[in-house]
Design a protein. Structure first.
Lengths: 363, 298
């Protein structure tokens, strides 16, 4: 992976009549990275992907691929290939004919092309499937055919439009891992559109979170999860607890927050994110950054007393909703289940260990 | 425990038979019975004013050795082929426009407009073509009034358009247009639009994508349209009679002549069965030629 941009969006706007679908997207996707566009439905992520493929004309701005402007370049002339949400497997062709569809103008001989097709099928784990009818394939197999069909053309960018959303959970998780491996193997820039935050976190080198036609945050998964730059991003990715806080500035860079249930603490400048206007200041933290203390256990940093409000048992994990003393809304705490340690009951008085470094102040 | 007969009457299969018996009766009385009657008659002998109910192959031998029958059959097939070619070739762009060129909320309105010719009876539409194409018809009068036809015009005498294969083909093509448009439209509607994007994404132009994706996927509709137009036009009776002026008889006119004026029902039946077999054979060959487009599943 290099820092050289493979795709550059320069103030991209897209209007559908009066509807402003993309509102000034400026971003770069690096060569060789696995990049995700993440957001709720209607946020413009698919539209943005389709501006790369050439299926959407942008209203203003520019899209560059490998340094060349793509304005006015039709999809068949772009160095991109796409895996469609529906996979778009040609039902009248065999698997091999589907995979070899884009090779028509390739000057190589028929037997070389056939070999290439077989290699591509092998790459996606479908060797020997070439002669099958495409319409007889399962969902997971269709997706593999769509992948092989796109990758056989060695595009500079592979575009994936929610490719996993139609698959069962098990196959989906398996395909996530396979896609990561495949991307590493071929070294092609992958751009994935997804509404599934977990999928984006698992697969991506970097993620752009989009709301209402704008990129809210563009960062690698750890930063996005650990230091969301707004409450909205924090809410969209994973679970985040919020506790109201009153904030005092100074002296200097230092910020002091008085947090309901946790008490007074100092917040470093790197932990401060923006909150939407109107919302009061709040601190946020992920469920796994808090720990329930069992009797006799000592907190390594700080602790706060509370009462267990709800217990949700997941097998490997248990989620506890704990109402900290002096607060109204319970916070969610996730605990890994350890053999021999009992799951606590609703109503139990407990202590919660926490650390100021793991939280984010939204103000 | 109830008796065997009673329990059968209440069984699911009995209810099933009860449900299908009206359409079954309909099919037997109105489809199978006439066909079987015609088939039976084709093997009977013609006596003067009566039909002799004795088995003979004479009608078939007479039919197939009669040069007139062959000329008329070939003409029928030629006219029907021409009509089918014209109709399907013109219907495809219309169906394509309906499916790809219109907003979804416009489609129903256009399909409604296409069915408007059906508000007028077939016979009257055929008559109208006679009025349009006739010696003193709409076209000739119009050309005369603007001076193209006339003593000093480009053409001296009014055009002789009726009583020709072309006029028959034109009339039939007009009558069968909606039957060709609708099946093609349906098969185009069923094409997942992302397939067309995929075609372009994989490096093909719009035209090439049309040839490699749209057209093969529309073939079931084209095949259906072809058969729907071809089969009934081979046996059309009214148009050759009225537009062809009886000078261009087709197979149905021949059958009618045998059945009624010549009162040779066995002969008419043999001609009917013969042409039915020819059309069936041609249809099967056509389906076989298109088999690779028709086996595509969901």
């Amino acid at each position: 992976m290099t820092d050289k941009p493979m795709i550059a969006f320069q103030d991209v706007h897209k209007y559908y009549g009066d509807y402003h679908a993309l509102r000034g997207i400026t971003a770069e996707i690096r060569a060789g990275e696995f990049f995700s566009l993440l957001g709720p439905s209607g946020c413009g992520k698919t539209t943005l992907l389709r501006t790369i493929a050439g299926f959407e004309e942008i209203s203003s701005g520019a899209v560059l691929i490998d340094g060349k402007t793509m304005v006015g370049v039709p999809p068949n002339k772009r160095p991109t290939n796409m895996v469609f949400q529906s996979y778009a497997i040609f039902p009248h062709l065999s698997v091999a004919e589907n995979v070899g569809f884009g090779l028509r103008r390739d000057p190589r001989s028929k037997s070389e092309k056939a070999k290439l097709v077989e290699e591509s099928l092998e790459m996606v784990g479908l060797s020997g499937y070439g002669a099958r009818a495409a319409h007889a394939l399962s969902g997971g197999q269709r997706q593999r055919v769509a992948l092989a069909r796109a990758l056989i053309l060695k595009p500079k960018v592979l575009l994936l439009d929610e490719p996993l959303s139609a698959l069962d959970r098990k196959i989906r998780e398996q395909m996530q891992v396979e896609l990561i491996k495949l991307q590493r193997e071929v070294g092609i820039t992958f751009v994935l559109v997804t509404h599934d935050q977990e999928e984006a976190l698992v697969m991506s080198d970097r993620i752009a979170v989009m709301f209402e036609g704008e990129i809210a945050q563009l960062a690698d998964p750890e930063v996005l999860y650990g230091r969301p730059n707004s409450r909205r991003v924090a809410d969209f990715i994973g679970v985040m607890n919020f506790l109201p806080a009153s904030v005092t500035d100074g002296p200097g860079d230092a910020v002091t927050a008085e947090v309901a249930g946790l008490g007074r603490l100092e917040v470093a400048p790197g932990q401060i994110s923006s909150a939407p206007a109107g919302d009061g200041a709040a601190v946020g933290f992920r469920p796994e950054t808090l720990t329930l203390l069992y009797e006799g256990q000592q907190a390594s940093d700080r602790e706060a007393p509370g009462t267990i409000d709800e217990v949700v048992y997941y097998g490997d994990m248990t989620y506890y909703d704990v109402r900290l003393d002096g607060t109204e809304k319970p916070v969610r705490i996730s605990m890994r289940n350890v053999f021999g340690r009992p799951v606590l009951e609703v109503g139990t008085r407990t202590r919660v260990a926490w650390s100021p470094g793991a939280l984010v102040l939204f103000r | 425990m109830a008796g065997k007969g009673e329990s059968w009457l209440r069984s699911e299969s009995a209810q099933g038979y009860a449900l299908i018996s009206p359409p079954f009766l309909y099919a037997v009385l109105l489809l199978a019975a006439p066909l079987v009657t015609i088939l039976a008659y084709s093997f009977f002998q013609d006596g003067y004013l009566t039909v002799v109910h004795e088995f003979t192959l004479q009608n078939y031998i007479a039919t197939w050795t009669d040069p007139i029958f062959r000329v008329i059959l070939v003409r029928s097939l030629f006219v029907a082929g021409l009509v089918t070619l014209i109709t399907v070739a013109l219907a495809f762009p219309i169906a394509y426009y309906l499916s790809f060129g219109l907003a979804p909320n416009q489609k129903a309105r256009w399909i409604f407009l296409i069915t408007i010719p059906f508000w007028t009876s077939y016979l009257i539409r055929v008559f109208l073509w006679k009025v349009i194409l006739g010696y003193n018809g709409v076209i000739n009068s119009a050309l005369e009034s603007i001076g193209i036809i006339g003593p000093n015009g480009l053409i001296a005498d009014p055009l002789q358009m009726l009583n020709s294969v072309g006029a028959i083909a034109l009339t039939l093509a007009h009558a069968y247009a909606p039957f060709a448009i609708l099946p093609i439209f349906v098969s185009l509607e069923k094409i997942d639009r992302s397939l067309l994007e995929a075609g372009q994404d994989l490096g093909e132009s719009r035209w090439r994508t049309f040839l490699r994706v749209t057209l093969p996927l529309a073939m079931p509709g084209v095949v259906a349209a072809t058969l729907i137009v071809f089969i009934p036009t081979v046996g059309d009776y009214v148009t050759p009679e009225l537009i062809g002026g009886g000078k261009m008889p087709m197979v149905a006119n021949l059958i009618q002549a045998q059945m009624l004026p010549l009162d040779n029902r066995p002969m008419g039946s043999a001609i009917a069965v013969s042409s039915l077999l020819v059309v069936a054979a041609l249809s099967l060959v056509f389906l076989w030629l298109n088999r690779r487009f028709l086996k595509v599943g969901k």
